[in-house]
Design a protein around this ligand. Structure first.
Ligand SMILES: NC(=O)c1ccc[n+]([C@@H]2O[C@H](COP(=O)([O-])OP(=O)(O)OC[C@H]3O[C@@H](n4cnc5c(N)ncnc54)[C@H](OP(=O)(O)O)[C@@H]3O)[C@@H](O)[C@H]2O)c1
Length: 264
């Protein structure tokens, strides 16, 4: 006997069974966690990143608990290679549904020390590759008249001004702006585009820095004096990736443990 609670309704509204989710930068940190989280909802996950062995390890972790994932080693800044990978995904996996633009690179410098090479390295991956991956993905959805979700991993550094993160923050601020434009342009195609803006979460991108005296001082200054762990984004990701978030587009969810209150 049931009390009227409709389990099927929630499985359908929040589950991603029979759909494909693409995660870039899926071989480590937040990307590996995002891939594992989406696979747990039933999605088949396409794992993109440059290091094949790191992607294979993510695929192994997913398979170990009964999920489905396939590794597609690729440099997301290489447009031609990205198109080939998307073709392969489209031909060999269930219908496209979600793209998580998570691949990103750091870069610490004062503005006076920034040169063109550093600027391009950061913007090429964090902004340009995320935009071009999104347009390539959206075109495929539009061609097939499929609905979908794009989730851009931005950063608290886009809205605050942490020392030495001017260029990195600008690259993520640009991606946040593009998130709103994509949401606007693709609303009529039922492609919802949102961003997650994480605070400091301990991963390969910042682990060494947080071991330095300056890094330890940053943590001491945070409201809860702690860094996040990779699970911190699970709930925001699940919400934005789910069919249930159909009325949400162009938003940025800040997931930062209140860190913005103490970062300038
Ligand atoms: N950790 C934080 O505190 C924090 C806070 C705010 C935002 N973020 C953002 O979260 C995202 C994930 O970072 P993370 O913290 O998980 O650090 P991470 O472990 O260093 O992850 C970055 C991922 O991006 C991939 N990547 C970099 N360049 C690539 C390229 N050209 N082509 C394909 N993949 C590429 C890397 O894989 P390969 O090297 O194998 O290519 C790596 O898996 C980044 O966008 C970062 O800016 C992180």
């Amino acid at each position: 006997m049931t009390d009227g609670f409709d389990t099927e309704f929630f499985a359908e509204r929040f589950g991603l069974r029979g759909l494909t989710a693409i995660v870039t930068g899926a071989g480590s940190g937040l990307g590996r966690q995002a891939a594992r989280t989406l696979a747990a909802t039933g999605a088949h996950v396409a794992l993109l990143g440059r290091r094949p062995e790191a992607l294979r390890e993510t695929a192994r972790l997913i398979a170990q608990v009964g999920g489905t994932a396939r590794a597609f080693p690729v440099d997301v800044a290489d447009q031609e290679a990205v198109h080939l990978v998307l073709d392969e995904i489209q031909q060999n996996m269930p219908p496209l549904w979600a793209l998580v633009n998570n691949a990103g690179v750091g870069g610490r410098s004062t503005l006076l020390d920034v040169d063109a090479k550093m600027f391009d390295r950061v913007f090429d991956v964090n902004t340009k590759a995320a935009l071009l991956m999104s347009t390539a993905f959206a075109r495929r959805l539009i061609d097939k008249q499929l609905r979908g979700r794009i989730i851009n991993i931005c950063s608290l550094a886009a809205q605050t001004h942490p020392q030495y993160l001017g260029i990195y923050g600008a690259s993520k601020a640009a991606l946040e702006h593009l998130t709103r434009t994509m949401a606007h342009e693709w609303a009529r195609h039922s492609i919802n585009v949102n961003a997650i803006s994480p605070g400091y979460i301990e991963t390969d991108i910042n682990r060494a820095m947080f071991l330095t005296p300056a890094g330890k001082k940053i943590v001491e200054g945070l409201p809860r004096q702690r860094l996040g762990t990779t699970e911190a984004l699970d709930s925001a990701l699940l919400m934005l990736a789910s069919p249930a978030s159909a009325f949400m587009t162009g938003a940025t969810l800040v997931v930062d443990d209140g860190q913005r209150f103490s970062i300038g």
